[in-house]
Design a protein around this ligand. Structure first.
Ligand code: SOE
Length: 386
């Protein structure tokens, strides 16, 4: 008899809608070792969450996450809430014997992440943190190329994650701009992605950083009313308590050095992720806005014939692509969540650890914390004399 995995998801904003799409698609696209049912969605506002259940395809809804994780018809808890609630929900769900998928970053602090990783290590359920860009086929293929030694010794890691959704100083003070809910700003929200993705691609860990953060707009109008994914501004104002941008240098344990930039003020860059790795035998370059392509430079070719190869990562034997369409029929952002959930369900069915694990999420949290401590100290900051 085929096993059924019944999913309960907490949150219904952007990530909730995106995860719903992936849960809806997963079962139809992959031959999983289990049936997957979208059993319940959870949110505090009953009118909004009942409408979301209907619109996003969930069989029922709850208004209290504690009731959701207590249900014996829920096997997987999918956490799509602000980071301030990740630990409480994940630890309770793991203790209730559930499998837990938690959106990134794992937590708002290292201490929270340590407790979550310890709970995951002790729990019977499978757990994973949602660094979805790992499952962009071109990024997984980049990892394969590095692991095969195609780039040789790695010298440079270069990564940016550029957004511009809060350039308007009157954009309201949403939860991502408040430390008590988000933990940090661009650094933890999108900087976490390029930290995880570059460590994943290189198979190497960041061992030290030197950081700089900036908050360009110090206060904003408080949120008035929230309608779906948008919010109106009230007449009152509040302080922005997180970074708007973070830049940092890093050393990796493979001896390479890295430069990173995560900002929400790159005006004109909506969701720009660019990664370049330079090695002794070649380089690779990835641009999320052309996410189905990977540029590879082979240094071993005669200089007269050397150049960048533009690989269309759409062949069936490219990572994850066998599930979709014939070569050249490209995929998008939302497909990466179907890939992520396929990996999670495979791990549950096979009883093997899922990656990225909560321990992986804790390591990223430690890098984030190191960048913030470095930026706060500015001990290495050298003033240019006038
Ligand atoms: C906002 O920056 C955000 O929704 C991130 O939180 C997601 O992780 C990223 O995939 C898209 O942008």
């Amino acid at each position: 008899m085929t096993r059924t995995l019944r999913v309960g998801m907490i949150g219904y904003a952007f990530m909730g809608a995106l995860h719903s799409q992936a849960w809806r698609t997963l079962y139809h696209v992959y031959d999983l070792g289990a049936d997957v049912e979208m059993r319940a969605i959870c949110g505090r506002n009953e009118e909004a969450v009942s409408a979301a259940a209907k619109k996003l395809g969930w069989a029922s809804y709850e208004t209290d996450w504690r009731r959701l994780i207590a249900r014996d018809d829920i096997d997987i808890v999918d956490i799509c809430t602000p980071g301030s609630s990740h630990e409480e929900i994940a630890v309770a769900a793991l203790a209730a014997g559930k499998h837990v998928l938690c959106e990134k970053p794992l937590a708002n602090t290292v201490a929270e992440a340590e407790r979550m990783a310890a709970a995951a290590a002790a729990a019977p359920g499978t757990s994973m943190v949602g660094f979805s860009y790992r499952t962009v086929p071109a990024i997984t293929y980049a990892r394969d190329l590095v692991a095969q030694g195609r780039l040789g010794r790695i010298f440079h890691v270069r990564a940016v994650y550029l957004q511009d959704w809060i350039v308007d100083p009157e954009f309201p003070l949403v939860w991502r701009l408040r430390r008590e809910e988000a933990g940090s700003g661009a650094l933890g929200d999108i900087g976490a992605h390029i930290i995880d993705a570059t460590q994943f691609i290189t198979g190497s860990s960041i061992t030290g950083v030197s950081g700089l953060t900036e908050t360009f707009i110090a206060d904003r109008p408080l949120v008035g009313e929230v309608h779906g994914l948008s919010a109106t501004a009230s007449s009152e104002r509040g302080a922005v308590t997180v970074d708007d941008a973070a830049l940092f240098h890093a050393r990796f344990d493979n001896g390479s050095i890295g430069s990173f930039e995560a900002t929400r003020f790159a005006n004109g860059r909506r969701n720009g992720i660019e990664i370049e790795i330079n090695g002794s035998l070649g380089s690779l370059r990835f641009d999320f806005q052309s996410m189905n392509e990977l540029f590879v430079y082979d240094h071993t070719v005669d200089a007269k014939d050397a150049g960048w190869t533009r690989i269309s990562v759409t062949q069936p034997d490219h990572p994850y692509m066998s599930a979709w369409w014939p070569p050249g029929h490209i995929i998008g952002y939302e497909h990466t969540f179907t890939h992520e959930f396929r990996d999670f369900v495979d791990a549950i069915v096979s009883g093997t650890p899922a990656r990225p694990s909560f321990a992986d999420g804790l390591q990223v949290q430690r890098v984030l914390d190191a960048v913030e401590r470095s930026a706060a100290s500015e001990s290495r900051w050298t003033i240019v004399p006038e």
